[in-house]
Design a protein around this ligand. Structure first.
Ligand code: PLP
Length: 396
């Protein structure tokens, strides 16, 4: 019999060990800050991995959730849910898409997008094309289909056989685009800034070539905006900084300010491939989730919100570049808006640990030699300056 005391003492004793956790237990959050069990305060530049885009417990979202908690928590999708249509309508109004399917996470959103691409080929085009092309270092999720889409062996290892119907090409490589389309290809799926893969933005010229090829062959373009979406890169969606309209976009993370929600947005001619009974989710788009999503989106669309993000993020990146010029360990500053990465000479995790221990600053890694910095979009210039001060000390 295991010793009960020991189990109570060990904060992960009954959890499957799918995560390497930092030695920190967070119990409270407000704005850009979180507090641990002892009351120590940390500046959170991880935003729950690009999820708490409005900071912790944004008041407008909290008030909407509290109000909804007193009305109705859940009802099935067998009934009409007004906040679902309101959120879908607002997403459509502010993008190039017409219809939305709601689910609960990023992987689920990608899973639904992959199903939609196959069904579009089967039902609308009548071709039965099924293959989806994705790119090196991508990250699309942990379900069996989305890990097959993820072009990283370490994510796929131990889960064979890999679901068929995926092919991977090198990211940002124009020459490789000659192999983009095969007769069985129905869609291409990509991130416009690879987040987990090392904060790598897609080159505009490469995207332009890729789009031209897809259009010429009537192949769908799915943009995975699970990390880049909801204002993270300075526009509501990252694709809005490129010169094309995707057929499908997936979002999650920042959509609910921390309340679990995911969504697939599609153009009308693609969306109509889903008919009643073809896809669904018990929790998808439930009243609480879509209330959180609507209040989040209304905040992001507020006057000057996104232009302020762009201005402050440009200031932050410029200052990081100045730091990189004088700090030998920083090789490159990368990223768009508030999805930023520092490629460094050394182990990124060491800097992340020192930032937490010495400066009460929470930041992330994105691969062994990349520090990932994901401030809340609401962070102040004073907080940015405080972080720059901490990073300057860390790198000197
Ligand atoms: N796609 C991208 C680009 C992501 O960054 C993530 C998560 O980090 C996912 C998909 C998977 O999202 P989730 O963890 O909500 O399933």
């Amino acid at each position: 019999m295991p010793n009960k005391e020991m189990i109570i003492d060990d904060s992960t004793a009954n959890l499957m060990s799918t995560y390497n956790r930092f030695p920190l237990t967070l119990t409270k959050g407000s704005g850009s800050y979180v507090w641990d069990e002892q009351g120590a305060k940390y500046l959170d530049y991880t935003s729950g991995i690009a999820t708490c885009n409005l900071g912790h417990r944004p008041p407008y979202v909290q008030a909407a959730l509290v109000d909804q908690l007193e009305q109705l928590w859940h009802c099935s999708n067998l009934y009409h849910i007004p906040s679902q249509q309101q959120l879908a309508g607002k997403l459509a109004e502010n993008s190039c898409f017409d219809h939305v399917f709601f689910c609960n996470s990023g992987a689920e959103a990608n899973e639904a997008a992959l199903k939609l691409a196959r069904r579009y080929a089967a039902e609308i085009k009548g071709t039965g094309q099924y293959e989806v092309v994705t790119f090196s270092q991508s990250f699309h999720g942990r379900t069996l289909a989305t890990l097959a889409a993820t072009a990283q062996e370490k994510i796929q290892q131990g889960f064979a056989p890999k679901m068929p119907g995926f092919r991977h090409l090198p990211y940002n490589d124009s020459d490789a685009l000659a192999d983009l389309i095969k007769p069985e290809t129905t869609a291409v799926m990509l991130e416009l800034v690879q987040g987990e893969g090392g904060v790598i933005p897609a080159r505009k010229a490469w995207v332009e070539q890729l789009v031209a090829i897809c259009r010429a062959h009537d192949v769908l373009i799915i943009v995975d905006e699970i990390q880049t979406g909801m204002g993270r890169t300075g526009t509501l969606f990252a694709y809005q900084q490129y010169d094309f309209e995707p057929d499908i976009v997936t979002v999650a993370k920042g959509l609910g300010s921390g309340f679990p929600i995911g969504a697939v947005l599609a153009k009308a001619h693609v969306a109509k491939a889903f008919s009643p009974g073809t896809h669904g989710s018990t929790f998808g788009g439930n009243p609480l989730a879509t209330t959180a999503g609507l209040a989040t989106l209304e905040t992001l669309l507020g006057p000057s919100f996104l232009s302020d993000v762009q201005e402050h993020a440009t200031y932050f990146k410029t200052k990081l570049q100045q730091l990189a010029e004088q700090a030998d360990a920083i090789i490159e500053v990368r990223g768009t808006g508030y999805l930023l990465g520092l490629q460094i000479n050394g182990a990124a995790i060491d800097y992340v640990n020192k930032a937490r221990e010495l400066h009460q600053l929470l930041i992330l890694v994105a691969g062994p030699d990349v520090i990932r910095i994901l401030p809340p979009l609401t962070t102040s210039v004073e907080e940015i300056d405080q972080v720059l001060h901490s990073l300057t000390e860390l790198f000197n």
